[in-house]
Design a protein around this ligand. Structure first.
Ligand code: ADP
Length: 625
């Protein structure tokens, strides 16, 4: 018989499993049971739409049979089974994203004990087995096939006998080693407790033959052993239980059992609503951003159940985009089982539930912010950007929901603060909420444009995300205070410069006009700066579009070359200004040189590209010689 090779990614994951030093190897059972349960689900759904099939609940179960003597553990199901081709496709190739094995390897290298948090699936069987055999007969077929593998070397497939539809996964359990006890996977008692721990809410019965003792018939002191088939799992789904029956661990287990994420959720929300529409829901706020979160592959949505029966894996209608990171499920008796995707969009009950859920998530996030700030900041690090996109989207329609969840880095507090905190600290005479936009905190810290506002003692919020300014434009005002960019035209601050006569008047005006002509349409104007204290120049903008926004927009694909109206500001208290004046009086060529240099410097400070870098460096050399 020929040995077939695993596809490369599968082989890598398999190697990881076989050589795993992971301590929670027991999760292999959870993975196999959940596969078995999925296989039964598949028959169930088929029966919903296929009249020739009936689903008789009693015929569907999972059975666990340990054979201590031969070191065999068998996990059987009466599910849909697999054809020869499916055995090949499903078990020879890793179904998950190809990057999973890679990601896991790195996590393990980094010392994270993480396998249990990944949905590693079928291959986890190799953590505890020397040989894995799968015997399967697919629904509608008379043939059965046997798939077998000892690990990374490959696998074989051959025909075999099986009387009933379904799958047997047969594990040859490894021998105990010095630091690992594999015997426990053959013991009734420990198997039972592993099933309870991870698979208690599986909807189908998980059966085991449990050994018990009883008095021998007719005897008064002689005992005999007998076996009795028991259902080991409670089958009651977690969301149907009372909150006070459940521990944090139950929720965490549910999260990883459902493969909602590889992390530990920051918070769970358990809703049990009675009334106009009754429903139960368990929602999770994850801690970490899924690696595909900002890709097309990421699908938002909650699992949707109708009275305990799954009707949809990812019901997108239940979550607004700005909460797309939320994971979890909803179960309602008031939803029809045979509801189609199209109908769902208009379903009144569903709309009602979605609205409730939205409010609930918002409230819980606000509570987290109030009561567990550290956790909230962790959350915000992962998903804050999504909230800001939410404010920007739909022309700001969601700003009321989201604005109190925002946080920005504060120049004064040197940490993240909320808008409410900012406003409550504003001194009486401060009119606006000031912000500075830039690539990073370090860069903003050095921005000349912040000088005046900072000098006034006002707090500045640092906008380091591209979306920040766009979102703020949608909010416009928070608690009646408008936002102002420190690079904007009017800061609303009275300065000495402004009141002194030596601003744009008295001859300076002509100089600035002359400079403006040199720069032609690169700038709207050249002006005496009211905001600079130490730096010689900076750029500011007039109108709605700021320089940061120009940067963001021009970085976008198909950008329309949209430009902010820029103003070149000159610090007239700086010695550079004296040189400008002198040149204006004596040497216009020199003035042109200076003007170009200053303009380019201002661009560089802004992090904008300069038009002609070669000319710029030539000009500097000209000055030096
Ligand atoms: P996942 O379950 O996450 O898709 P697995 O590696 O656990 O990944 O399983 C791969 C595929 O093999 C499953 O998607 C399913 O199609 C098939 N499979 C596994 N176990 C069974 C089973 N007991 N019955 C039917 N199909 C199964």
């Amino acid at each position: 018989m020929t040995i077939k090779q695993f596809q490369a990614e599968s082989k890598r994951l398999l190697d990881l499993m076989v050589n795993s030093i992971y301590t929670h190897k027991e999760i292999f059972l959870r993975e196999l049971i959940s596969n078995a349960s999925d296989a039964i689900d598949k028959i169930y759904y088929k029966a919903l739409t296929d009249d020739s099939l009936s689903f008789n609940k009693d015929e569907y179960y999972i059975k666990i049979v340990p054979d201590k003597k031969n070191r065999i553990l068998k996990i059987s199901d009466t599910g849909i089974g697999m054809t020869k081709q499916e055995l090949e496709d499903n078990l020879g190739v890793i179904a998950k994203s190809g990057s999973l094995a890679f990601k896991m390897e790195n996590e393990i290298k980094d010392g994270h004990d993480i396998i249990g948090q990944f949905g590693v699936g079928f291959y986890s069987a190799f953590m505890v087995s020397e040989v894995v055999t799968v015997i399967s007969r697919a629904l509608g077929s008379n043939e059965a096939y046997k798939w077998e593998s000892k690990g990374a070397e490959g696998y074989t497939i051959e025909p075999c006998e099986k009387d009933t539809v379904g799958t047997d996964v047969i594990l040859k359990i490894k021998e105990n080693s010095e630091d690992e006890n594999f015997d426990k996977y053959l013991e009734e008692y420990s198997l039972k407790s592993i099933i309870k721990k991870y698979s208690d809410f599986i909807r189908y019965p998980i059966k085991m033959d449990i050994t018990r003792t009883r008095l021998k018939e007719g005897s008064e002191k002689e005992y005999e052993e007998y076996t009795e088939e028991q259902i080991v799992n409670s089958m009651v789904p977690i969301w149907k239980k009372n909150k006070n029956e459940l521990s944090q661990e139950d929720y965490d287990n549910f999260y990883s059992e459902k493969h909602y994420g590889f992390d530990k959720p920051i918070k769970h929300i358990h809703i049990s609503a009675e009334g106009t529409v009754s429903y139960k829901a368990i929602l999770f706020i994850p801690e970490k951003m899924p690696f595909d979160f900002y890709t097309k592959e990421y699908e938002k949505g909650l699992e949707l159940y109708s009275n305990g029966v799954l009707i949809m894996n990812k019901c997108a209608e239940l979550l607004p985009d700005y909460f797309s990171f939320v994971k979890g499920m909803v179960d309602s008796e008031d939803l029809s089982l045979n509801i189609s995707r199209e109908m769902l969009q208009h379903d009144r009950q569903l709309k009602f539930i979605a609205k409730n859920i939205k409010t609930k998530i918002k409230n819980e996030l606000e509570n987290l912010l109030k009561d567990e700030r550290d956790k909230y900041e962790k959350f915000y690090k992962s998903f804050g950007r999504q909230l800001k996109y939410g404010i920007y989207s739909d022309l700001g329609a969601h700003k009321e929901v989201l604005q109190d969840l925002l946080m920005f880095y504060s120049s004064k507090e040197k940490k993240m603060v909320t808008l409410d905190e900012y406003v409550s600290r504003m001194p009486e005479e401060q009119k606006y909420i000031y912000y500075a936009a830039g690539e990073s905190i370090e860069r903003i810290e050095k921005m000349p444009q912040t000088e005046l506002v900072a000098d006034k003692g006002y707090e500045i919020l640092y906008f380091t995300d591209e979306v920040d300014e766009f979102a703020i434009k949608m909010i416009m005002k928070y608690k009646d205070k408008e936002f102002r960019s420190v690079s904007g035209s009017d800061l609303g601050i009275e300065t000495e410069n402004q009141t002194s006569s030596d601003t744009d008047g008295e001859g300076n005006k002509e100089l600035f006009e002359y400079m403006k002509n040199i720069l032609s349409d690169k700038v709207k104007a050249v002006r005496a700066s009211k905001r600079l204290k130490n730096h010689p120049v900076c750029l500011s903008s007039e109108g709605e579009l700021t320089i940061e926004m120009e940067k963001v927009l021009s970085a976008m694909p198909n950008s329309q070359n949209i430009k902010a109206d820029k103003v070149l500001e000159i610090n007239i208290n700086h010695d550079v200004f004296k040189s400008l004046k002198e040149a204006y009086g004596k040497d216009k060529d020199k003035l042109k040189l200076y003007t170009d240099l200053l303009y380019n410097q201002a661009l560089l400070i802004e992090g904008l590209p300069i038009d002609d870098p070669v000319e710029f460096s030539n000009n500097i050399c000209k000055m030096m010689i």
